[in-house]
Write a protein of this length. Structure first.
Length: 78
């Protein structure tokens, strides 16, 4: 039976779902990854998936910051 978050932890062999990968990468980027999630990631996750999502998330973050800077400069009349 699923718990309230929708994660089935009954099958330790089941690969991580895309949402679980995103949550793990986001938590790792913020430095708030739990020990249980880290163990789950290392036992069920594939490193290439984490690298791809991590690079994409970093690129999106950089583009968002650059966009915000451009918006602020435009609004400031620079």
């Amino acid at each position: 039976m699923s718990n309230l978050t929708g994660n089935d932890n009954d099958d330790p062999q089941r690969p991580l779902r895309f949402l679980e990968l995103l949550q793990s990468v986001a938590a790792a980027m913020l430095g708030v990854q739990s020990d249980a999630a880290r163990k789950r990631d290392f036992s069920r996750g594939k490193p290439l998936h984490f690298v791809i999502i991590g690079v994409a998330a970093t690129l999106l973050f950089v583009l968002a910051v650059a966009g915000i800077v451009q918006l602020v400069l435009h609004l400031a009349g620079a």
